[in-house]
Design a protein around this ligand. Structure first.
Ligand SMILES: C[S@@+](CC[C@H](N)C(=O)[O-])C[C@H]1O[C@@H](n2cnc3c(N)ncnc32)[C@H](O)[C@@H]1O
Length: 240
């Protein structure tokens, strides 16, 4: 499919709000076909989502666009995983890492460093296959998490499902809950349109690095951090 998906228009395609994909009629027809095929696949795979991994390739479960699932391409997932790994290894006492709604990153991190302690917070129960490293998470209930996770993480990466103010506010509440007091490292991958909110809510700045997805998205994506990555990730961009 060669169409470009605009993730920045429509709370849903019918309502025409401003935070989920708006598809062209051609894409919509293709999507309907895709969904009906996928419904079959989901039933078939429900108890064992297919993640195949070998030395060279990592393949994830099929993207479910109804859940705003758009996986990173390999270069993006590897670059962010390398950054998290670099942060992890730079610390004296090994920190815990939380991935909020970014399952691809979880998989690439584990591929890079199998023993790295990572908790994946995700809405899609197909990722239950990761056992006790999976925690069900719905951003609508931002604090509905195990008390053991409170202030337990020094590295947190988030990729919220929607580009709305409400979604980022709720995910920010979750980050506040998870984040250890003192020095912690936050990485937010989201649309460039969230620039000001990311700064206001979480004190984040955009990096030069441009996340890319395996499906072509119409929105410009950015990586925001609360720390200066120096020469990594293209550095912090100069504010204009
Ligand atoms: C834009 S995708 C980010 C995925 C990321 N690019 C990756 O490759 O791992 C958003 C993620 O949010 C999850 N999601 C969907 N609805 C959610 C909800 N209500 N609460 C939390 N996460 C949700 C999706 O399953 C998906 O993994």
């Amino acid at each position: 499919m060669d169409d470009v998906i605009d993730r920045n228009t429509g709370a849903d395609a019918d309502a025409g709000d401003d935070d989920t994909p708006m598809l062209s009629s051609h894409t919509l027809a293709a999507l309907k076909e895709f969904l009906s095929e996928q419904n079959g696949l989901l039933v078939a795979n429900n108890d064992g989502a297919t993640v195949a991994e070998d030395e060279k390739e990592v393949s994830l479960v099929t993207e479910d666009w109804r859940l705003s699932q758009f996986w990173y391409d390999r270069e993006t997932a590897e670059a962010v995983a390398r950054e998290v790994h670099a942060l992890y290894t730079s610390m004296d006492s090994p920190p815990s890492v939380a991935c909020i709604a970014c399952p691809t990153l979880y998989v690439y991190l584990k591929k890079l460093h199998h023993d790295l302690p990572v908790q994946l917070l995700e809405y899609d129960n197909r990722f239950k296959q990761y056992g006790n490293e999976f925690t069900f998470y719905d951003y609508n209930q931002p604090l509905d998490l195990p008390s053991s996770m409170k202030h337990a993480f020094r590295i947190i990466i988030a990729d919220p499902p929607y580009l709305s103010k409400e979604c980022l506010e709720k995910v920010s509440e979750t980050i506040g809950f998870l984040k250890q007091p003192g020095e912690s490292y936050l990485l937010l991958l989201t649309g460039a349109v969230q620039h000001e909110r990311a700064s206001e809510l979480l004190g984040l700045h955009p990096c030069g690095f441009r996340p890319q997805h395996s499906s072509k998205l119409g929105n410009e994506f950015r990586l925001f951090t609360n720390y200066d990555p120096g020469l990594r990730l293209g550095g912090w961009e100069q504010e204009q």
